[in-house]
Write a protein that binds this ligand. Sequence first.
Ligand code: HEM
Ligand code: SF4
Length: 549
Amino acid sequence: MSESIVEKIKKQSNHLRGTLKESLLDEHTGAIRESDRALIKFHGMYMQDDRDRREERAEKKLERLYSYMIRLRLPGGLLTAQQWIALHEVTNAYTTGTIKITTRQTIQLHGILKHHIKPTIKNFDTVKLDSIAACGDVNRNVIAGAHPRYSPIHEEVFAYAGNISRMLLPKTNAYYEIWLDKEKITPELEKDELYEDRYFPRKFKVGIAIPPYNDVDVFTNDVALIAIIEKNKLTGFNIAAGGGMGMTHGNASTYPRLASMLGFVKKDDLLETVYAIATVQRDFGNREDRKLARLKYTIDKLGVEGFRKETEKRSGIIFSEGKKYVFTKRQDEYSWHQNHEGLFYYTAFVETGRVYDGENVQFKKAFYEVAKTGKAQFRFTCNQNIIISDILPENKNEIENILQKFGVIAITESASPVRRNAIACVALNTCPLALAESQRYLPALISKIELILKKYQLENEELSVRMTGCPNGCGRSVAAEIGFVGTALGKYNMHIGADAIGKRLNKLYKENLEEPAILDELDVLLKDFSTNRNENEPFGDYVLRKQIV
Ligand code: HEM
Ligand code: SF4
């Protein structure tokens, strides 16, 4: 096999410029040129079209309704009040109006027309926000344990997320030239020792967990870092590598995989080690078949031992044996909490991560009002929720009143555990790869699952249910106790048996189920579970013990 087309596009792109400038100027179409569609991802955007309107547009002989999704680079998932205000205003001016909190601790905006991309990016730039490398074959948004209450070392770990993100940024000025009309700099300054002219073979994701919480689902990342705290101090990180959720229906050589433990390094050695891992993937990753190009396949090719040795050779840093740590929880810490410095935090439940103004709850109004007080910040979680954060005790009432007024507290306090733990990817109507609905459907399915849980007195069960519209795994379905993976409109493969804390994947249970069959299966399984489980046994562990999968 020869190099994939995307490899050629990257190399010929003149450091990610391609013909994006020309594509933007073409007023005859809302689309951009074919090769630029691969490149625009490195700038944090996807070209999409409204799939709900394809038929109607085709009948009228109109081109598809093309628009762009933009994803911010937000290491550790923090926005200041001022940045939230800018986000809110950009959302209203140029997008569908909904802010989507993603499962990687950042936000996506959809429906941006081609001529609105530059104003969008310019507005973000005024508050020091960018979308560089949020998509594409580069290091993506670095995620980190979200809740500052977790630990006094939260701030220190959060800084590592930013440092890793900066270290692995592509060294090109293309973003500034194309979107912000900045001048071209001299090519010598663009010499990119990490990415050269070929970037990574595929996306690359880094996550940092702060035990005992695994809210980042750390082992689903290419590079999984677990902060090791000894005598209340951060001493270093356990490093695992080779996680990834994606698979392709009908292609047995593709598979989801959790990261394998490489060992422990001292915190001062972290950046060099991560850099070395990145270069091993750059040099050994598959550049012929993109379906087999993620780090997980590289590791399985070299073997964990071989991969560890190659990394050590490049970094000069030897892994020591992984240190002991415990994960107890993967879901968010909802409602009010106070951290070691006395600051208050409110974790709000945002169903499927969609921040909008609805009938029962007005998230956008609430968060805009909060931002305008300047008395809180905003942190995203990998469970698609938001933490209104860093609130001084004297300001807590004011913030609470706003959250109350717009229904945020009521929705958070009244949602059932299964609803609060559920995750859905975007899927239709924007995702070009979606085979089935996900975020538009999961809330209704959860209502039906709630009824079954109630029937068997399981309504307080912290069950994790996740759905994706295709097997790419953006909503991490295969790491859920109950995972649904879309196969066609209205049809899902059902996977069960992952653990509750993110250390074991689930297994395929039944294929191509429609809703009635899904509910029948769940009825049988949950009834059985309610009568035969051991005390406090999670559902995922139960179905494995009973050899149901
Ligand atoms: C072959 C693999 C994959 C492909 C081709 C892919 C492609 C896409 C596309 C096209 C979107 C945009 C959907 C939209 O906004 O309309 C998206 C969203 C997203 N993807 Fe992926 N993806 C893949 C795997 C993954 C995996 C394994 C993860 C993480 C576990 C992930 C994380 C995300 C996140 C966080 C979003 C944002 C929306 C959300 O929260 O669902 N992706 N992906
Ligand atoms: S899992 Fe599939 S359908 Fe869902 S957002 Fe990712 S690519 Fe699209």
